[in-house]
Design a binder for this molecule. Structure first.
Ligand SMILES: Nc1ncnc2c1ncn2[C@@H]1O[C@H](COP(=O)(O)OP(=O)(O)OP(=O)(O)O)[C@@H](O)[C@H]1O
Ligand SMILES: [Mg+2]
Length: 312
């Protein structure tokens, strides 16, 4: 893990009788941080807390060594944010909207600089003067990102930045995040449910559920721990593939079964039982087994296993 720039220490936050954060401990590092967890895990609450928008009931959240609640103005001067639900003035042009936000944030509102910022997030000149109401979902997201980048923040928090975007636009937004991180030294905290994409770009992962930290670290640390978990993936090359797939589909320990090209991708709850049963099933249909390979768990299976573990 890289240099720590933020930390939650045993943070609890309740809304009435609902406990949104329950003694949450986490570290935000320099680089790109992925904040993951199921719906209702507390990700957006954690984000609002780190911006000093809400006060913890217990514990403290710090960014850059400053308590987020007691220094919220200083924090918001150094942090940019793209909220889960984007709200724009639809009758303003993209440029006018950005200029308004720059004024409110106390950032430079020079038109030249703002146009440059819009181009940086790949909203080209032809879009600057157009009404935001006519922007596509991808363009609105880019404008939101430009807004988050106003005032040269050290950390940019993105809550579900790629929700509602098509795969091409999702990839483009994340490419932009990587570029801004590598070339401009901006750190990111990204909350998202699209794990295979986060897996590609994040330096550090924070996995939470029910207001608590489940695990945190670089991808290797997340995946290593998964070897202790019960869900394991195998790639099986077998002929004829359909007959074996049909039999495996009826086995109780098989969680998921996919035929991709000439291989079976099997996710199992019990690897030992799978390895015992596979040769028997193959023999039963007179098939030939060419290869059985265990696949390292990916972030998605870590996520699934961790949030379904007892007590998680
Ligand atoms: N203002 C609020 N009033 C009441 N309950 C709230 C409030 N904000 C959050 N909660 C509750 O706190 C819990 C955590 O919500 P939060 O929005 O932080 O989750 P999340 O991880 O962002 O979920 P999602 O992935 O669906 O965006 C949920 O049970 C939610 O209902
Ligand atoms: Mg949320």
């Amino acid at each position: 893990m890289g240099e720590v720039i933020g930390e939650f220490k045993s943070v609890t936050k309740r809304f009435g009788s609902a406990v949104a954060l329950d003694g949450l401990n986490l570290k935000i590092c320099r680089g790109i941080n992925g904040l993951i967890g199921p719906n209702g895990a507390g990700k957006t609450t954690a984000i609002r807390l780190s911006l000093g928008l809400i006060k913890p009931d217990a514990g403290c959240a710090e960014l850059f060594g400053l308590d987020c609640w007691n220094n919220s103005l200083a924090i918001r001067g150094r942090v940019g944010v793209l909220y889960e639900k984007l709200a724009f003035y639809d009758n303003l042009s993209g440029l006018e909207q950005l200029r308004l936000m720059a004024k409110l944030k106390g950032a430079s509102d020079s038109v030249v600089k703002l146009r440059k910022l819009l181009c940086l997030v790949e909203l080209d000149e032809s879009a600057h003067g157009r009404r935001v109401g006519g922007y596509s979902a991808g363009m609105r997201q880019r404008l939101g990102l430009a807004q988050a980048l106003l005032g040269k923040p050290e950390l940019v928090i993105l809550d579900e930045p790629t929700a509602n975007l098509d795969p091409l636009n999702r990839a483009k937004i994340l490419d932009l995040v990587v570029f801004l991180s590598r070339e401009h030294g901006i750190s990111f905290l990204i909350s998202s449910h699209i794990l295979p994409e986060l897996e590609k770009v994040c330096d550090n992962f924070i996995l939470m559920n029910k207001g608590k930290l489940l695990r945190q670290g670089v991808l290797e640390q997340m995946l290593d721990k998964s070897s202790l978990l019960s869900v394991v993936k195998f790639v099986v090359r077998v002929q004829p593939i359909e007959a074996v797939a049909a039999l495996l589909g009826d086995e109780g320990y098989v969680e998921d079964l996919l035929v991709i090209d000439d291989s079976l991708h099997v996710t199992v709850k019990d690897a030992t039982l799978f390895k015992q049963r596979l040769p028997l099933l193959v023999g039963q249909v007179g098939a030939s087994l060419d290869e059985v390979r265990m696949v390292r768990s990916d972030l998605e299976s870590v996520f699934k296993s961790a949030v379904t573990e007892k007590g998680a």
